[in-house]
Design a protein. Structure first.
Length: 273
């Protein structure tokens, strides 16, 4: 039989093909309603992770994103404690990829007692989350937005690539914890379009039109969306500065090492803005 291949290779990563039946208004409205229950508490540093500071969370979140390939682990971090969040985020990886769970590879080198401890932490986390591991993330909304936008596929692809990088950066910054996933996704799309200057040649992608369009889609105030977008651009600017400093301090690294680093979700060196 023809058309039996259920996954495609995109930038060396095997992902499932998009299902058009899941990219409709009914699903989007369900996601917008569900995200209200997925947002972490803005005071969880005081109530849950009392011994963890924001900069510590950023280090852990960045590491988890780079190991898992961009899966959603932030909600687990906000609901409980421990490096076992990696196991929970691997469920998302298993759903998105057709290969083995990426997080298990580095853990194979751990001593057996450590692995058993992580598995116990995994059980603690999923119980804390009431076994509800289908939390909405900004990545879930990006494709819905792009589907509604009258653009060529190559234009969508470059917007998608940049928006996903911005979303990964937001996952590491505590300032975005109070923003719903849909707003972070919309702000990332607007920031990507603005940075790429796509609005200069496409009226639909002009700042005013795109902001108005996405604010209607996610049912939020346009000013709130603009504020989120400006925060994302500020975060990108600081990340680019850090990347430049990193490049200066790592000139002795091999070409292979640099190629590996550019594949991580939070790496901004491939962002051509």
């Amino acid at each position: 039989m023809e058309h039996q291949l259920l996954c495609c290779e995109v930038e060396t990563i095997r992902r499932a093909y998009l299902d058009a039946n899941l990219l409709n208004d009914r699903v989007l409205q369900t996601m917008l309603k569900a995200e209200e229950t997925c947002s972490p508490s803005v005071s969880y540093f005081k109530c849950v992770q009392k011994e963890i500071l924001p900069y510590m969370r950023k280090i852990v979140a960045t590491w988890m994103l780079e190991v898992s390939g961009g899966s959603a682990a932030g909600r687990s971090l906000s609901a409980s404690r421990g490096s076992g969040c990696g196991f929970c985020s691997s469920y998302r990886v298993r759903a998105e990829l057709t290969t083995f769970p990426l997080l298990l590879l580095p853990l194979l080198f751990f001593p057996l007692p450590s692995l058993l401890s992580l598995q116990q932490m995994e059980l603690l986390l999923v119980n804390k989350l009431k076994w509800n591991l289908a939390a909405m993330t900004p990545h879930d909304f990006i494709e819905h937005f792009l589907t509604k936008m009258p653009l060529a596929e190559d234009t969508k692809q470059i917007i998608r690539k940049h928006a996903q990088t911005f979303v990964a950066l937001c996952a590491t910054d505590i300032k975005f914890i109070s923003n719903p996933p849909s707003m972070i996704a919309a702000g990332s799309v607007v920031a990507a379009v603005q940075g790429l200057h796509l609005g200069n040649t496409n009226t639909f992608l002009s700042y005013q039109c795109l902001t108005h369009f996405l604010s209607q889609v996610i049912k939020c105030d346009p000013d709130c969306l603009r504020a989120c977008q400006e925060q994302i651009e500020s975060l990108l600017e600081s990340s680019l500065r850090q990347a430049q400093q990193h490049n200066v301090s790592s000139e002795t690294k091999t070409v292979e090492d640099e190629a590996d680093l550019s594949c991580t979700p939070t790496d901004v060196r491939d962002v051509n803005i």
